[in-house]
Structures are given as structure tokens and as C-alpha cells.
Design a protein around this ligand. Sequence first.
Ligand code: PMP
Length: 343
Amino acid sequence: MSINHLVRPNILKLVPYSSARSEFKGKAEVFLDANENPFETGLNRYPDPLQWKLKAAISNLKGVPVEQIFLGNGSDEAIDLVVRIFCEPRQDHILILPPTYGMYQVSADIADVGVRSVSLTPDFQPDVPAILAAADEHSKILFICSPNNPTGNSVDLEHIRSLCTQFKGVVVVDEAYIDFSKEASCTTLLAEFPNLIVLQTFSKAWGMAGIRLGMAFASPEIIQLFNKVKPPYNINQLTQQIALEALETSQDDYKKLLSILLTERERLEKALAGLKFVQQVYPTDANFILVKMDDPNGTYQYLVDAGIIVRNRNSVHLCAGSLRITVGRPEENDALLTALEQK
Ligand code: PMP
């Protein structure tokens, strides 16, 4: 089933920017077509606009064909593009499920696209009937974050399946924290649901937030729309090189560090639950822990004064009383726990 009916008409008929380079790469020796500086610096040429080498390595890792992969300047770029591909300003809207990641709303606000919020249930799962009741023909995108930021829990796969089946627009499942989770990625659902987009990132478990590299996995049709709309050279050459090198040579290091973080997460969960002013440590599949406590504002300020910064989520919907704490290095977690034990 085509998703063309969901796409903004101007994007469907858009003639994208194209450079002649890809057509002639490997077939010519003198490239005087792109107004580059001809002197070799190692960086004087524009990078591969479609990042084929890097995508091949990612395809290998994720088991998703290259033509079903888009790479963005962080997954934040994919969020921004998806809003601009599908939502007509001042006419369409996105659906979000608060409490959730803030950029869905910000990207919609920038694009002058509406936002409808349907609260998660008290156990932080999507309220499927309420979402379907809130949706109409202008509901173009539903953003689901799993594991969810800031609550940390994974969304039940059955809810995601049910929403992919019944929601008439595009379902974006943001899996920025999936590598910390025991749950399977929704990329396994791509063949079944042509309206599904799965987002992942190199910023979290891969430890490369600084290179800005996010991934979107979707049908080839949706990926072609991303490619039409993206800035021509959105992934710079250094990012492509560093990510490729990490995939080719650093997977063992990655696994070691990930396993340390998971051990540390468990240690933090237990220690936090033992503090007398802590009311609840919410179960987490991410690299952060939402903790409900007495006097969250006072505790937040106490930690700031001790030189430790966490995220105060006390004023966030369904998160009253809570701080969100990122799992740090062992010595950082020690510092946090020592400070909290002395409070
Ligand atoms: N999605 C979620 C749920 C996030 O928490 C974040 C980063 N905080 C992002 C996406 C953005 O990640 P990136 O660095 O890939 O832009």
C-alpha cells in the first residue's frame, strides 16, 4: 500500500537538488563540476550524499536493506524531516504521547504544524483507544518513543502493532535507547507495516553524540522521500569516516562499555531504591532512571550544589516528584550515591 496520500503535495512533486557527481564517480578523473577547491586536504571534496559505504555497514549490523535506511544529522534531523514531509503547515498535526521526548513538539512548532497530545496511561503505556479517538484525517504522524524518554520503559509491542494497523497516518517509533533494552527493535515490523518509521541513533549506546548521526528505517518509498527533502550533504565526511571505522573496528569495545553501563544501571536502581526519601524507582530499559522522591526540587538543588547535574522532571506531566538520572561512569555514580546518602 502506497503512503503517497499522506505526503504533502509539494513534496510529491518536488524536484530535488541533484549533483552530477554520483553519475560520474569512478568514470572520470577530472572533476570541475562542484566548485570545490582542487588541492587535496583530505576534506576538499563534498562527501557522498547518500553515504553508501556507511549504509552498507549499518545494513549489516541491523539486518535492514540499504534502500530502507536514511541517515540524518542526529535522529533529530529525521524527526524534523518527517514533519516537513507529511504535515501541511496550519492544516495537519502530529500526535504525541506525553510525557515524551521534547523535539517532536518543537519540530512541529517550527513547521507551524499542530500538536495533539494524548497522555500515556499511569503505567506509561499508550492509551490506544484514546489515540484513535483523537485522530482524524489531519493526524499525519504519531510519535511513539520506546524506550520512552523520560520514563525509561519500553512500549508494549502489541500496542505498537495495534497502532500501526489502526492509525491512518505514519507511525514513528523512536528507539534512541533501544540498545540498552532487552526488547527487540521494531525494525522487525517494517515488512508488515508500510506506514512505520523506526528511528535509532549513534548518540547513546554507541557513545558518539558528538558526530551527530541518526538513522531512520522505513519502506524504500519513505526513504526516497527523506532523500528528496534532506540537505544534499547532510552527513559530513568526518562523521561518515568515524562511524564506519567504529562499525568496522570497535564493536567489541562498544559491547564492553554497554555491559558496564547495564551493570551500573542495575547498581544505581538498587541503591536509589534503598534511599529513605525515594518513593519509587521506575523500571527502565534506557541509560537513565526516573526516580520519584520526597522534595524533588530540594534534592535537585542539593545535587547542583554538590556539582552533580541531573534532570528535574518534577513539573512534567505524570512525572511529578521525579528526577531523571543518566547512568554515568562508575565513579560518577559513586559520587551521586554518596551525595544522596548524605542528604
Ligand atoms: N530521541 C530521543 C528519545 C532522545 O532522547 C534523543 C536525544 N536526547 C534523540 C531522539 C535525539 O538523538 P540524536 O542525538 O540522534 O539527535
